[in-house]
Design a protein around this ligand. Structure first.
Ligand code: F0G
Length: 352
Protein backbone atom coordinates (compact mmCIF):
# COMPACT_ATOMS: atom_id res chain seq x y z
CA UNK A 1 0.00 0.00 0.00
CA UNK A 2 1.20 3.50 -0.69
CA UNK A 3 -0.11 6.76 0.61
CA UNK A 4 -1.28 9.47 -1.78
CA UNK A 5 1.57 11.88 -2.47
CA UNK A 6 -0.26 14.58 -4.40
CA UNK A 7 -0.89 14.82 -8.10
CA UNK A 8 2.57 15.91 -9.23
CA UNK A 9 4.24 12.80 -7.75
CA UNK A 10 1.42 10.55 -8.92
CA UNK A 11 1.40 11.76 -12.51
CA UNK A 12 5.00 13.03 -12.74
CA UNK A 13 5.81 11.39 -16.13
CA UNK A 14 2.89 13.23 -17.74
CA UNK A 15 3.62 16.68 -16.30
CA UNK A 16 6.23 19.31 -17.23
CA UNK A 17 8.30 18.94 -14.04
CA UNK A 18 11.91 17.87 -13.48
CA UNK A 19 14.23 17.07 -10.58
CA UNK A 20 14.84 20.82 -10.35
CA UNK A 21 11.17 21.57 -9.63
CA UNK A 22 10.46 22.21 -5.94
CA UNK A 23 7.14 20.44 -5.51
CA UNK A 24 4.69 22.60 -3.56
CA UNK A 25 1.82 20.33 -2.60
CA UNK A 26 -1.03 20.01 -0.13
CA UNK A 27 -1.65 16.43 -1.36
CA UNK A 28 -4.40 17.64 -3.69
CA UNK A 29 -6.17 15.35 -6.17
CA UNK A 30 -7.42 11.77 -5.73
CA UNK A 31 -10.94 13.10 -5.25
CA UNK A 32 -13.84 10.66 -5.26
CA UNK A 33 -15.95 9.75 -8.27
CA UNK A 34 -19.28 9.31 -6.52
CA UNK A 35 -22.24 7.44 -8.08
CA UNK A 36 -25.32 9.68 -8.34
CA UNK A 37 -28.30 7.31 -8.56
CA UNK A 38 -30.97 9.96 -7.92
CA UNK A 39 -29.71 11.98 -10.89
CA UNK A 40 -29.41 8.82 -13.00
CA UNK A 41 -33.00 7.88 -12.17
CA UNK A 42 -34.17 11.24 -13.49
CA UNK A 43 -32.40 10.54 -16.78
CA UNK A 44 -33.62 6.93 -17.04
CA UNK A 45 -32.49 4.83 -20.01
CA UNK A 46 -30.06 2.78 -17.84
CA UNK A 47 -27.69 5.70 -17.76
CA UNK A 48 -24.87 5.67 -15.17
CA UNK A 49 -24.10 9.03 -13.59
CA UNK A 50 -21.09 9.93 -11.44
CA UNK A 51 -19.99 13.19 -9.89
CA UNK A 52 -16.30 14.06 -9.72
CA UNK A 53 -16.31 15.77 -6.34
CA UNK A 54 -13.37 18.13 -6.67
CA UNK A 55 -14.72 20.21 -3.80
CA UNK A 56 -12.80 17.76 -1.59
CA UNK A 57 -9.45 19.24 -2.56
CA UNK A 58 -7.40 20.95 0.20
CA UNK A 59 -8.81 24.44 -0.36
CA UNK A 60 -12.18 23.09 -1.50
CA UNK A 61 -12.00 23.43 -5.28
CA UNK A 62 -10.38 22.05 -8.44
CA UNK A 63 -8.10 25.08 -8.51
CA UNK A 64 -5.67 23.23 -6.23
CA UNK A 65 -4.81 20.92 -9.13
CA UNK A 66 -3.68 23.86 -11.20
CA UNK A 67 -2.08 25.70 -8.34
CA UNK A 68 0.27 22.90 -7.21
CA UNK A 69 1.76 23.09 -10.71
CA UNK A 70 1.67 26.88 -11.17
CA UNK A 71 3.24 27.62 -7.78
CA UNK A 72 5.86 24.87 -8.06
CA UNK A 73 6.92 26.24 -11.45
CA UNK A 74 6.86 29.86 -10.23
CA UNK A 75 9.08 28.84 -7.30
CA UNK A 76 11.40 26.97 -9.67
CA UNK A 77 11.71 30.10 -11.82
CA UNK A 78 12.66 32.16 -8.75
CA UNK A 79 9.43 34.15 -8.42
CA UNK A 80 8.88 36.03 -5.17
CA UNK A 81 5.23 36.92 -5.72
CA UNK A 82 2.21 35.70 -7.66
CA UNK A 83 -0.99 37.43 -8.69
CA UNK A 84 -4.44 36.40 -9.91
CA UNK A 85 -7.85 37.80 -10.65
CA UNK A 86 -10.55 35.71 -9.10
CA UNK A 87 -14.20 35.09 -8.39
CA UNK A 88 -12.88 33.45 -5.21
CA UNK A 89 -11.63 29.91 -5.66
CA UNK A 90 -8.51 30.75 -7.61
CA UNK A 91 -7.62 33.32 -4.96
CA UNK A 92 -8.04 30.79 -2.15
CA UNK A 93 -5.87 28.20 -3.90
CA UNK A 94 -3.24 30.74 -4.99
CA UNK A 95 -3.04 32.10 -1.46
CA UNK A 96 -2.65 28.68 0.17
CA UNK A 97 0.01 27.34 -2.21
CA UNK A 98 1.91 30.62 -2.51
CA UNK A 99 2.11 31.11 1.24
CA UNK A 100 3.20 27.50 1.69
CA UNK A 101 6.00 28.21 -0.78
CA UNK A 102 6.91 31.46 1.01
CA UNK A 103 5.73 33.70 -1.83
CA UNK A 104 3.57 36.79 -1.66
CA UNK A 105 0.08 36.29 -3.05
CA UNK A 106 -1.80 39.21 -4.56
CA UNK A 107 -5.43 38.65 -5.41
CA UNK A 108 -7.71 41.05 -7.25
CA UNK A 109 -11.42 40.39 -6.77
CA UNK A 110 -14.69 41.95 -7.95
CA UNK A 111 -15.95 43.86 -4.92
CA UNK A 112 -19.09 42.30 -3.46
CA UNK A 113 -19.18 39.25 -5.74
CA UNK A 114 -17.01 36.74 -3.92
CA UNK A 115 -18.66 34.15 -1.65
CA UNK A 116 -17.89 34.50 2.06
CA UNK A 117 -15.97 31.24 2.50
CA UNK A 118 -13.61 32.11 -0.33
CA UNK A 119 -12.92 35.60 0.96
CA UNK A 120 -12.21 34.19 4.42
CA UNK A 121 -9.78 31.71 2.92
CA UNK A 122 -7.81 34.32 0.98
CA UNK A 123 -7.51 36.44 4.11
CA UNK A 124 -6.54 33.68 6.54
CA UNK A 125 -4.00 32.17 4.14
CA UNK A 126 -2.34 35.58 4.10
CA UNK A 127 -3.08 36.90 0.63
CA UNK A 128 -2.93 40.61 -0.10
CA UNK A 129 -6.49 41.16 -1.24
CA UNK A 130 -7.52 44.06 -3.45
CA UNK A 131 -11.20 44.53 -4.34
CA UNK A 132 -11.92 46.48 -7.50
CA UNK A 133 -14.99 48.32 -8.58
CA UNK A 134 -15.53 46.06 -11.57
CA UNK A 135 -16.20 42.45 -12.53
CA UNK A 136 -13.90 39.44 -12.99
CA UNK A 137 -13.11 40.37 -16.60
CA UNK A 138 -11.94 43.82 -15.49
CA UNK A 139 -9.83 42.21 -12.76
CA UNK A 140 -8.23 39.83 -15.26
CA UNK A 141 -7.32 42.69 -17.58
CA UNK A 142 -5.72 44.48 -14.64
CA UNK A 143 -3.63 41.53 -13.44
CA UNK A 144 -2.43 40.77 -16.96
CA UNK A 145 -1.09 44.33 -17.16
CA UNK A 146 0.38 44.20 -13.66
CA UNK A 147 2.25 40.97 -14.41
CA UNK A 148 3.77 42.58 -17.52
CA UNK A 149 5.03 45.64 -15.64
CA UNK A 150 5.96 44.27 -12.22
CA UNK A 151 7.79 41.21 -10.85
CA UNK A 152 4.70 39.11 -10.15
CA UNK A 153 3.86 35.81 -11.81
CA UNK A 154 0.35 35.48 -13.20
CA UNK A 155 -1.38 32.31 -11.96
CA UNK A 156 -4.74 32.58 -13.70
CA UNK A 157 -5.53 29.82 -16.19
CA UNK A 158 -3.70 31.71 -18.95
CA UNK A 159 -0.64 30.31 -17.13
CA UNK A 160 -0.08 27.02 -19.03
CA UNK A 161 1.00 25.13 -15.90
CA UNK A 162 -2.48 25.61 -14.44
CA UNK A 163 -4.07 23.56 -17.20
CA UNK A 164 -1.32 20.93 -16.95
CA UNK A 165 -2.23 20.37 -13.31
CA UNK A 166 -5.97 20.45 -13.90
CA UNK A 167 -5.84 17.81 -16.66
CA UNK A 168 -5.06 15.21 -13.97
CA UNK A 169 -8.75 15.14 -13.01
CA UNK A 170 -9.42 13.48 -16.38
CA UNK A 171 -6.63 10.95 -15.64
CA UNK A 172 -8.28 10.10 -12.31
CA UNK A 173 -11.66 9.53 -13.95
CA UNK A 174 -10.17 7.12 -16.50
CA UNK A 175 -8.14 5.41 -13.76
CA UNK A 176 -11.39 4.68 -11.89
CA UNK A 177 -13.74 3.86 -14.79
CA UNK A 178 -11.09 2.14 -16.89
CA UNK A 179 -12.35 4.25 -19.74
CA UNK A 180 -13.46 7.82 -20.51
CA UNK A 181 -17.18 8.49 -19.95
CA UNK A 182 -19.54 9.08 -22.88
CA UNK A 183 -20.36 12.57 -21.64
CA UNK A 184 -18.34 14.91 -19.47
CA UNK A 185 -20.61 17.66 -18.09
CA UNK A 186 -18.75 20.68 -16.76
CA UNK A 187 -19.46 24.27 -15.70
CA UNK A 188 -17.72 26.86 -17.86
CA UNK A 189 -16.53 30.26 -16.65
CA UNK A 190 -13.10 31.38 -17.79
CA UNK A 191 -13.02 28.11 -19.78
CA UNK A 192 -9.73 26.78 -18.43
CA UNK A 193 -11.09 23.62 -16.85
CA UNK A 194 -12.95 22.32 -19.90
CA UNK A 195 -9.74 22.86 -21.86
CA UNK A 196 -7.69 21.04 -19.23
CA UNK A 197 -10.03 18.04 -19.06
CA UNK A 198 -9.89 17.66 -22.83
CA UNK A 199 -6.07 17.77 -22.73
CA UNK A 200 -6.11 15.06 -20.08
CA UNK A 201 -8.49 12.73 -21.88
CA UNK A 202 -6.54 13.10 -25.15
CA UNK A 203 -3.15 12.55 -23.51
CA UNK A 204 -4.35 9.47 -21.64
CA UNK A 205 -5.81 7.95 -24.79
CA UNK A 206 -2.53 8.50 -26.61
CA UNK A 207 -0.82 6.68 -23.76
CA UNK A 208 -3.12 3.73 -24.42
CA UNK A 209 -5.24 4.28 -21.30
CA UNK A 210 -8.70 3.64 -22.64
CA UNK A 211 -9.65 3.89 -26.28
CA UNK A 212 -12.34 6.52 -26.46
CA UNK A 213 -12.94 10.20 -25.76
CA UNK A 214 -15.95 11.87 -24.13
CA UNK A 215 -18.26 14.47 -25.58
CA UNK A 216 -17.44 17.67 -23.71
CA UNK A 217 -20.74 19.21 -22.60
CA UNK A 218 -20.07 22.72 -21.27
CA UNK A 219 -22.67 24.65 -19.28
CA UNK A 220 -22.74 28.38 -18.63
CA UNK A 221 -25.06 30.38 -16.42
CA UNK A 222 -27.69 31.89 -18.71
CA UNK A 223 -26.85 35.45 -17.58
CA UNK A 224 -23.13 34.86 -18.16
CA UNK A 225 -23.13 32.82 -21.34
CA UNK A 226 -20.77 34.37 -23.91
CA UNK A 227 -20.28 30.98 -25.62
CA UNK A 228 -23.99 30.75 -26.29
CA UNK A 229 -24.24 34.39 -27.37
CA UNK A 230 -21.19 33.93 -29.56
CA UNK A 231 -19.54 37.06 -28.20
CA UNK A 232 -18.22 38.51 -24.94
CA UNK A 233 -20.79 39.91 -22.50
CA UNK A 234 -19.99 43.18 -20.78
CA UNK A 235 -22.31 42.79 -17.77
CA UNK A 236 -22.45 39.11 -16.79
CA UNK A 237 -24.91 38.18 -14.06
CA UNK A 238 -25.69 35.00 -12.11
CA UNK A 239 -26.02 33.94 -8.50
CA UNK A 240 -23.32 31.38 -9.29
CA UNK A 241 -20.68 34.05 -8.72
CA UNK A 242 -17.80 31.65 -9.44
CA UNK A 243 -18.79 31.66 -13.13
CA UNK A 244 -19.95 35.27 -13.37
CA UNK A 245 -17.62 35.83 -16.34
CA UNK A 246 -18.36 37.56 -19.64
CA UNK A 247 -15.11 37.24 -21.59
CA UNK A 248 -13.41 33.85 -21.02
CA UNK A 249 -9.62 33.95 -21.37
CA UNK A 250 -9.46 30.44 -22.83
CA UNK A 251 -12.06 31.17 -25.50
CA UNK A 252 -10.31 29.60 -28.49
CA UNK A 253 -8.95 26.55 -26.67
CA UNK A 254 -12.32 25.73 -25.16
CA UNK A 255 -14.05 25.99 -28.53
CA UNK A 256 -11.39 23.78 -30.09
CA UNK A 257 -11.94 21.18 -27.36
CA UNK A 258 -15.68 21.35 -27.79
CA UNK A 259 -15.50 20.94 -31.58
CA UNK A 260 -12.92 18.14 -31.47
CA UNK A 261 -15.04 16.20 -28.99
CA UNK A 262 -18.33 16.76 -30.84
CA UNK A 263 -19.34 18.67 -27.72
CA UNK A 264 -21.85 21.40 -27.09
CA UNK A 265 -22.32 24.50 -24.97
CA UNK A 266 -25.67 25.23 -23.36
CA UNK A 267 -27.04 27.78 -20.88
CA UNK A 268 -28.67 26.92 -17.55
CA UNK A 269 -30.75 29.43 -15.61
CA UNK A 270 -30.10 30.30 -11.98
CA UNK A 271 -33.34 28.50 -11.14
CA UNK A 272 -32.13 25.33 -12.83
CA UNK A 273 -28.77 25.63 -11.08
CA UNK A 274 -30.45 25.92 -7.67
CA UNK A 275 -32.71 22.97 -8.39
CA UNK A 276 -29.71 20.76 -9.21
CA UNK A 277 -27.88 22.15 -6.15
CA UNK A 278 -30.76 21.06 -3.90
CA UNK A 279 -31.16 17.63 -5.53
CA UNK A 280 -27.44 16.92 -5.16
CA UNK A 281 -27.45 17.82 -1.48
CA UNK A 282 -30.81 16.47 -0.37
CA UNK A 283 -30.92 13.29 -2.47
CA UNK A 284 -27.27 12.38 -3.09
CA UNK A 285 -25.76 13.86 0.09
CA UNK A 286 -23.26 15.84 -1.96
CA UNK A 287 -22.94 19.53 -1.18
CA UNK A 288 -21.33 21.59 -3.93
CA UNK A 289 -21.32 25.28 -4.63
CA UNK A 290 -23.90 26.74 -7.05
CA UNK A 291 -21.50 27.12 -10.00
CA UNK A 292 -20.62 23.43 -9.72
CA UNK A 293 -24.28 22.41 -9.84
CA UNK A 294 -24.43 23.90 -13.35
CA UNK A 295 -22.96 20.63 -14.66
CA UNK A 296 -25.83 18.60 -13.20
CA UNK A 297 -28.41 21.24 -14.14
CA UNK A 298 -27.13 20.96 -17.70
CA UNK A 299 -27.34 17.18 -17.72
CA UNK A 300 -30.91 17.27 -16.43
CA UNK A 301 -31.84 19.90 -19.00
CA UNK A 302 -30.36 17.91 -21.90
CA UNK A 303 -31.49 14.49 -20.66
CA UNK A 304 -33.37 13.64 -23.86
CA UNK A 305 -30.06 13.83 -25.70
CA UNK A 306 -28.25 11.32 -23.46
CA UNK A 307 -27.79 7.98 -25.25
CA UNK A 308 -29.30 4.90 -23.56
CA UNK A 309 -26.81 3.07 -21.36
CA UNK A 310 -24.36 5.97 -21.40
CA UNK A 311 -21.86 6.73 -18.65
CA UNK A 312 -21.92 10.38 -17.65
CA UNK A 313 -19.54 12.25 -15.34
CA UNK A 314 -20.55 15.64 -13.95
CA UNK A 315 -17.73 17.74 -12.55
CA UNK A 316 -18.45 19.31 -9.16
CA UNK A 317 -15.77 21.95 -9.11
CA UNK A 318 -16.19 23.45 -5.64
CA UNK A 319 -17.37 22.63 -2.12
CA UNK A 320 -20.76 23.84 -0.94
CA UNK A 321 -19.21 25.24 2.24
CA UNK A 322 -17.61 27.95 0.11
CA UNK A 323 -20.93 29.75 -0.08
CA UNK A 324 -22.95 29.15 3.08
CA UNK A 325 -25.23 32.13 2.44
CA UNK A 326 -26.47 30.54 -0.74
CA UNK A 327 -27.39 27.32 1.09
CA UNK A 328 -29.17 29.11 3.91
CA UNK A 329 -31.14 31.28 1.50
CA UNK A 330 -31.98 28.66 -1.13
CA UNK A 331 -32.32 25.34 0.67
CA UNK A 332 -36.09 25.39 0.53
CA UNK A 333 -35.76 24.36 4.16
CA UNK A 334 -35.92 26.33 7.38
CA UNK A 335 -34.99 26.29 11.03
CA UNK A 336 -37.88 25.85 13.43
CA UNK A 337 -36.79 28.46 15.92
CA UNK A 338 -37.90 30.00 19.17
CA UNK A 339 -39.09 26.85 20.95
CA UNK A 340 -38.92 26.22 24.69
CA UNK A 341 -36.59 23.36 25.74
CA UNK A 342 -39.57 21.24 26.68
CA UNK A 343 -40.29 17.61 25.72
CA UNK A 344 -43.86 18.15 24.57
CA UNK A 345 -43.13 21.40 22.75
CA UNK A 346 -40.19 19.96 20.80
CA UNK A 347 -41.94 16.64 20.10
CA UNK A 348 -44.90 18.56 18.72
CA UNK A 349 -42.60 20.62 16.50
CA UNK A 350 -41.17 17.32 15.25
CA UNK A 351 -44.64 16.26 14.20
CA UNK A 352 -45.12 13.52 16.84
N1 F0G B 1 -16.65 26.19 -10.88
C1 F0G B 1 -16.09 26.89 -9.88
C2 F0G B 1 -16.47 26.55 -8.49
C3 F0G B 1 -15.17 27.92 -10.17
O1 F0G B 1 -14.62 28.60 -9.18
C4 F0G B 1 -14.86 28.21 -11.52
C5 F0G B 1 -13.94 29.29 -11.86
C6 F0G B 1 -15.48 27.44 -12.51
C7 F0G B 1 -16.37 26.44 -12.16
C8 F0G B 1 -15.22 27.65 -13.96
O2 F0G B 1 -13.97 27.15 -14.34
O3 F0G B 1 -13.02 29.22 -15.24
O4 F0G B 1 -11.97 27.02 -15.70
O5 F0G B 1 -14.15 27.62 -16.74
N2 F0G B 1 -13.47 30.09 -11.00
C9 F0G B 1 -12.45 31.09 -11.28
C10 F0G B 1 -11.97 31.72 -9.98
C11 F0G B 1 -12.82 32.08 -12.31
O6 F0G B 1 -11.50 32.87 -9.98
O7 F0G B 1 -12.02 31.05 -8.94
P1 F0G B 1 -13.22 27.78 -15.58
Amino acid sequence: ACRWRGLIETYRPYLPVSDQTPVVTLLEGNTPLIPAPAIAKRIGKDVRVFVKYDGLNPTGSFKDRGMTMAISKAKEAGAKAVICASTGNTSAAAAAYARRAGLRAFVIIPDGYVALGKLGQALIYGAEVIAIDGNFDDALTTVRQLSEHYPVTLVNSVNPYRLEGQKTAAFEIVDVLGQAPDWLCIPVGNAGNITAYWMGFCQYKELGKGDRLPRMMGFQAAGSAPFIQGQPISHPETLATAIRIGNPANWDKAWAASKASNGEFHPVTDGEILEAYRILAAEEGVFCEPASAASVAGLLKRKDQVPAGATVVCVLTGNGLKDPDCAVNNSGNEVKAGLKPDLDVVAKAMGF
